[in-house]
Write a protein that binds this ligand. Structure first.
Ligand code: GLN
Length: 208
């Protein structure tokens, strides 16, 4: 499988490593490419929109025409993992005119919602389907505010939704690439709900 990481800014190499690790654990051969221009997204089986600054990321996606490519990718049912600023960019509304949201995830977000309380922190997070808590690193993180009816909340912190799924899109308010734990990348790209890792579906069923 080919995974594309939007490489405008953010933890590109950490995400690439987590994707490779999750793929290897599933016995999937993964190629990771960095995306800074249009024309690459259509060849990717899975996409990652990392953290950074949502105003910058969304502006560049729009300038380069990558925004439309991501919308088409999601419309095709192909998986996306959006983290932190990526969640903000993926949302329906970031309540901030400086962010051109992709509207591929039916949520609204509050940018920097934790910022007032704690700039960054790590928390053991219970995530639906995980046996052990996930070590979640929050860095000037948003929280999910309104959640559309097709959106499943996968994790909450202090009552607020911080990990969600809608169809092929998984989004986290935290940074899953910083702790060497690739379960979120696995969930987004290789789990049964995502279904890309299984290049050959019959084979994955046989080994399941
Ligand atoms: N606060 C940033 C924003 O609003 C997101 C921070 C992050 O990605 N770690 O875009």
């Amino acid at each position: 499988m080919k995974a594309g990481v939007i490489a405008v800014q953010g933890d590109v190499s950490e995400h690439a490593a987590a994707i490779r690790e999750a793929a290897a654990a599933r016995g999937v051969d993964a190629e990771v490419v960095e995306i800074r221009e249009s024309g690459i997204v259509p060849s990717c089986d899975a996409l990652l929109v990392p953290g950074g600054e949502s105003t910058t990321i969304s502006g560049l996606l729009a300038d380069e025409g990558i925004d439309e490519e991501i919308r088409a990718h999601v419309a095709d049912g192909d998986p996306v993992l959006a983290t932190c600023a990526g969640l903000i960019v993926a949302s329906r509304d970031a309540k901030d005119d400086r962010v051109a949201t992709l509207d591929v995830l039916d949520v609204t977000v509050d940018r920097n919602a934790f910022g007032r309380q704690a700039d960054s922190f790590e928390a053991p997070l219970d995530v639906t389907g995980f046996d052990e808590p996930f070590p979640a690193v929050f860095i000037r993180a948003p929280v999910v505010d309104e959640v559309g009816e097709d959106v499943t909340v996968l994790a909450r912190w202090d009552g607020d939704a911080v990990a969600v799924r809608q169809g092929p899109v998984v989004a986290t308010a935290f940074h899953p690439e910083l702790t060497g734990d690739s379960r979120i990348h696995d969930l987004a790209f290789f789990s049964e709900e995502a279904g890309v890792g299984s290049v050959d579906d019959s084979e994955s069923e046989a080994t399941a």
